[in-house]
Every structure is written in C-alpha cells, then in structure tokens.
Design a binder for this molecule. Structure first.
Ligand SMILES: Cc1ncc(COP(=O)(O)O)c(C=O)c1O
Length: 396
C-alpha cells in the first residue's frame, strides 16, 4: 500500500471514480439492470475482425508502426474528415492514437503548462477533468445552461477567461448530457478563442449519433481556426470498437511534432492490429452506423417516455445526441447523487452513474445510458417505478 508521501499531488487531487465504485458495487448484486454503461453493447461488424486476421497472417502487425500511424490509415482518415466533417486536412496533420483518450491526453500535455487554466463547459466527461489535473493545470468549470438543454453559456465562458486561460475542452455530442452544441454557438466560441488566441480541444467521439435533425459540427472545419483547434475522434463508438483502442487526432501541421512528443511516451504508437481494424472500418460498409443510430434513437425515445411517467422524481432535457442523458433528481433533497445511486442499486437493482463524477454542476443528477437493449430499459424503469411506489405510494 502506498502511503501518502509516495503519491503525487496530482493524483491526490483526483477523486475516486464514482463510476468504478458503482461497477464494483453492481458486481455484488444479482441480476442488475444496467443504465450505467457508456459503451456499445453490440460487437464490431465482422468484416473488421476478419481483415485483422488477414493482417496477422500477412505478418504485418507484430512490429511498431510509425508513431503517427500507418500512412494508408492516415490517408483514409483524411478522406473521411473531408467527406464527413468538411475538414480539408493532410496526412501530416493526423496522429493515430490509442483511443480518443490517449489523443486527448497527448493534446492536453502538449499545450498546457502547470498552473494554466482550462475551461470545461460542465457537466462534462470526467476523464477530461482528470486529464487536465494530470497535466498539473486547473480545471475551470463553466456551467452550461441546463434549462435550455445544457447549451454553452457563451457569456459565462467569456467571463471565465483570465490571463492564465490556455484552452477550452469540450465534447459534443456530450457525455453526459447528450447535448449537441449547435453551429451557431460554436462559431461564437471560435470568435472568443481567436480573440484571446486560446486553443480548443474537441472530443467528437459521438459525432455520428445525433437525432431530430440536429447535426454535428466540427470546429476544425473553420479555416481561420486551423492553428487553434485540436480535434479528437475515435472508432470506439462509431463501429462499436471499444476494446480495439484506436482513434485519431487532427491538428495544425506545425503542432503535430509537438503533440507527437507527448504521444510517443504515452503509447509509442497505437496498437498496429487495431490500426488495421480501423482501416477496414473506414474502407468497409458503413451501414452499422445507421443501424446503431436508429437503435439509440429508439432507445432514447423509450427512456424519455418512461421518464415522463416519473415527473415527480426526475426532470430531464431530451438528449439530441450521444446515447446518454442527465436527468435532475427532484426527490430526497439533501441526498447526494452518489448515495442516491447506491440506494437505487441496492433497493431497486438498477445501476446508474452519479452526476457528481461530471464536475460540480453534476451533483443531484444521474447519468443514464440508453446504449442498452430496450428490454433492459423497460426492466430498469419497471423496477424504479415499483421501488418508488413502495416508498411514496406513487411514482409519477
Ligand atoms: C466523450 C467521450 N470521449 C471519449 C471516450 C472514449 O474514447 P476511446 O475509447 O476512443 O478512448 C468516451 C467513452 O465513453 C467518451 O464518452
């Protein structure tokens, strides 16, 4: 066991993950309904695995690749960025990363100095917060406007900028709220960034999963922003490739060698077998994306419908993207989100994620994932209704 003096101050600042604690507690209980998984439950399309087996047989996966990734993969990524994100890039602007997470870590390490401030519109993905802390920088939370669907508070961001502000990190579509930041707001954000010569690091993990006519907009598509944005993407969500650990980042050509200096000590290169999987994903049929989107939309509608029957317990903003939502808890005032989730797990056998993991404005919220089969959603909500019926005599 480490004693306190052996552990870095950076690590001490990172709280124990409530998400992992919920997973640990869930394992102790039989037949749990999970609304806490933020990972695709379906597998990757089969042709992806087959092409990796071929690559293994061709004996091309056993060594390292170039640190920036296989040249043929970077070429395909450039094509995808042009087709899907309206971004004109060159292969020299791409680094293939070990998931989006490593790309985000490398990007943050490359641009942030100890003591710098990094603005995080919150609630936000807990990993971003921890990555900023690991770089010895200071997370500055700017609450999003919940009543309007957790949209960016542009004035709040302006007010939060100080001489120490270095960067803004956001994910859209958002984990945990499912908000899709609109083009109009992102253009306003770009103006602020250019005025103060800041960097923006985007996490576009859920880029394909938007509903109701909402569309994903990439800040990297704005020509004037080329030097001020590092965009990160992943194969994890798009092709249900969580375990392959492969993603990529895009940055200005001049910045790439600097980011690569962080990428190499973090991972040397992305796993080569996974890079072949990524190549197969980009070159192969794309129909899985539409199928996943349709399933998530149907699951979202079901979850929102079930929440409509629980209006006295939860208030929610309908998510326009991702496969996550972030309802506010209206009952049991004074109970924090961690205790609320633990009680729900123990008493109703439903696993959810405490909102506090997503920054201070996440308290008194739950993160629910609708990336689960519809039967799981129904079973979970039947249990929640039954539990509250017993407790209060009514659940609605
Ligand atoms: C917003 C966001 N970014 C990144 C990731 C993980 O990406 P990767 O598996 O590519 O590292 C997740 C996973 O839940 C996520 O929600």
């Amino acid at each position: 066991m480490n004693n306190n003096t052996q552990v870095s101050d950076r690590i001490k600042q990172i709280p124990k993950s409530a998400i992992h604690e919920m997973t640990r507690l869930s394992k102790k209980i039989d037949d749990v309904s999970f609304l806490s998984w933020a990972k695709p439950t379906s597998g990757a399309p089969e042709h992806i695995g087959r092409s990796v087996i071929e690559a293994i047989n061709r004996k091309v996966v056993d060594g390292y690749s170039e640190s920036m990734g296989l040249p043929e993969l970077r070429e395909e990524i450039v094509n995808k960025l042009f087709k899907c994100n309206k971004i004109k890039a060159k292969p020299s602007q791409i680094i293939v990363t070990t998931g989006a997470i490593e790309g985000l870590s490398a990007a943050i390490m490359a641009i942030v100095d100890p003591g710098d401030e990094v603005i995080l519109p919150s609630p936000t993905y807990s990993t971003h917060i921890n990555q900023v802390v690991l770089a010895s920088a200071k997370p500055v939370f700017v609450p999003t406007i919940e009543e309007e669907g957790f949209i960016l508070d542009i004035d709040g961001i302006k007010k939060a900028i100080t001489p120490k502000t270095k960067a803004i990190v956001y994910c859209s579509p958002s984990n945990p709220s499912g908000t899709v930041f609109g083009e109009h707001q992102l253009l306003q954000l770009a103006e602020i960034v250019l005025e103060h010569n800041l960097m923006v690091i985007t996490d576009e993990a859920y880029e394909y999963f938007t509903f109701d006519g909402f569309t994903h907009f990439s800040l990297g598509s704005i020509p004037e922003m080329q030097k001020n944005v590092i965009s990160t993407f992943t194969f994890t969500k798009t092709y249900a490739m969580t375990g392959w650990r492969v993603g990529y980042l895009l940055a200005h050509e001049d910045l790439i060698p600097q980011i690569n200096k962080a990428h190499i000590p973090l991972t040397i290169c992305a796993p080569v077998a996974s890079q072949y999987a990524a190549l197969a994903a980009l070159n192969g049929p794309q129909d899985c994306i539409g199928k996943f989107r349709k399933q998530y939309e149907s699951a979202r509608n079901l979850m929102c419908g079930r929440l409509d029957n629980l209006k006295s317990l939860f208030e929610y903003q309908k998510p326009a993207g991702s496969y996550l939502m972030f309802p506010k808890i209206l009952v049991e005032e004074g109970k924090d989100s961690k205790t609320f989730c633990e009680d729900l797990l123990r008493e109703a056998r439903v696993s959810t994620t405490p909102g506090v993991d997503f920054g201070p404005t996440g308290e008194r919220h739950l993160r629910l994932s609708f990336c689960v089969p519809n039967e799981m959603i129904n079973k979970a909500f039947d249990r929640i209704e039954e539990y509250y019926m017993k407790k209060y005599g009514s659940s609605g």
